[in-house]
Design a protein around this ligand. Structure first.
Ligand code: RB5
Length: 158
């Protein structure tokens, strides 16, 4: 599979470990950075380019990582066509693909170890969307929200 991976400093180490494991399984891996550990880096700088690549079909799947996984999943889901799930359990990493056609897996680099992370990745990459009518219907309802011109909620400065 053509798999993209991206992480900020909170997921940097996990990304390096997963890249090696993905390559060992003969996946074609595109690393969107970070390419060095810098506590000052910003997750959108890595997550958004990966998400755009998934959305335009340049990648089969994407994996995004930050410290908790929250920021990375929020950022990825801003890109129309991306269906990113922050997963903490193996069931969701598999079923998110089967039922929800999840195309980007999000993990928290500070909330799990490398063996559990790899288990998530394998479950995610081995799963396929069922294509069931009820799931397609639900996905269409979600996709209809993209680009519908809803007003944007502003970010509050404290
Ligand atoms: C960075 O320190 C941390 O906030 C970030 O990696 C992530 O957890 C954001 O959601």
């Amino acid at each position: 599979m053509k798999v993209g991976i991206a992480a900020d400093h909170g997921g940097f180490e996990m990304k390096q470990q997963l890249v090696e494991k993905l390559q060992a399984k003969n996946h074609e891996v595109k690393d969107f950075g970070a390419y060095e550990l810098s506590a000052d880096d910003d997750y959108p700088d890595f997550i958004i380019p990966l998400s755009k690549a998934v959305a335009r079909g340049a990648l089969d799947r994407g994996i995004v990582i930050c410290g908790s996984g929250v920021g990375a999943s929020v950022a990825a889901n801003k890109i129309p066509g991306v269906r990113c799930g922050l997963c903490h359990d193996h069931f969701s990493s598999r079923q998110g693909v089967e039922d929800d056609d999840m195309n980007v897996l999000c993990l928290g680099g500070r909330v799990m170890g490398p063996a559990v992370a790899w288990d998530h990745v394998e479950a995610f990459l081995c799963a396929t969307f069922s294509g069931a009518e009820r799931h397609l219907r639900r996905l269409e309802k979600v996709a209809a929200l993209e680009n519908d011109g809803l007003p944007q909620r502003k970010i509050k400065k404290q």
